[in-house]
Design a protein around this ligand. Structure first.
Ligand code: TYD
Length: 224
């Protein structure tokens, strides 16, 4: 029986979820909770290798075009490893796990962005992840216009700022990001119990406060 609590963060590139994840981790730790954070893809030694293949825009120079189904399968290989190596042990130990992206990202990016369809992603999730679901998903979804603007801005910054080149997704166009946005909307409508969508374009501090309200209302008293 799982003792901890599993929270995922979702949103488009540049939605601010990584900053919010860090802030939530700090605040939960200050309340005395044990917190484990990770990102997908990545987080394990195997996952970090998969990440560099998937995100480096130069990968395809040496590997050839990565087929959408291969991309999907690699995302799930990464996820299976982090469930096994990090997420389940942390939950068993009573930690609150904060994960930057999870299967909703595969449904949005591969299912909708790459047009593989949701059902294929959901059945892969059942097969490869034993259908492990987050207890709560915080979906940062500012308006479509501002999401596209942020994704583009992110795109321009990425290659200059990050040590490694992680621009393979960021070079995609507005139609790709619009499909992703709509898929996130559909996931939130389908699973309102699990997914808390935060839609406003408010500042970082206000969104942080909203997240803390949502999380403290949801974490059961039994979580150490
Ligand atoms: P990352 O630099 O972590 O982006 P962000 O900070 O926006 O989360 O890169 C992760 C990229 O990988 C992002 O563009 C989304 C993509 N991705 C998928 O396409 N499918 C997935 O299942 C996951 C987990 C990520």
């Amino acid at each position: 029986m799982q003792r901890g609590y599993f929270i995922t963060f979702e949103g488009l590139d540049g939605s601010g979820k990584t900053t919010q994840l860090r802030r939530l981790a700090a605040s939960l730790e200050s309340e005395g909770h044990k917190v484990v954070t990770l990102r997908q893809p990545g987080g394990t030694a195997l996952g970090d290798r998969i990440r560099s293949i998937l995100l480096d825009s130069r990968s395809e120079e040496s590997l050839g075009a990565i087929a959408p189904l291969a991309e999907m399968a690699l995302m799930f290989a990464d996820r299976a490893q982090s469930i096994h190596q990090i997420i389940l042990p942390a939950l068993d130990a009573g930690a609150i796990v904060l994960c930057d992206r999870y299967t909703d990202s595969s449904e949005a990016y591969q299912g909708a962005g790459r047009e593989l369809g949701s059902e294929r992603i959901l059945s892969m999730h059942r097969a490869v992840c034993n259908n492990l679901q987050p207890d709560l998903t915080l979906l940062l979804l500012p308006s479509l216009a501002s999401s596209l603007h942020r994704a583009r801005r992110r795109n321009q910054r990425t290659t200059q700022q990050k040590g490694a080149d992680e621009g393979r997704f960021e070079r995609e166009d507005d139609a790709f990001y619009t499909r992703i946005y709509q898929a996130y909307e559909a996931i939130a409508a389908r699973e309102p119990e699990r997914v808390a969508a935060i839609r406003d374009d408010a500042g970082i501090d206000q969104i942080e406060a909203r997240i803390r309200e949502i999380v403290s209302a949801r974490i059961p008293a039994s979580v150490p």
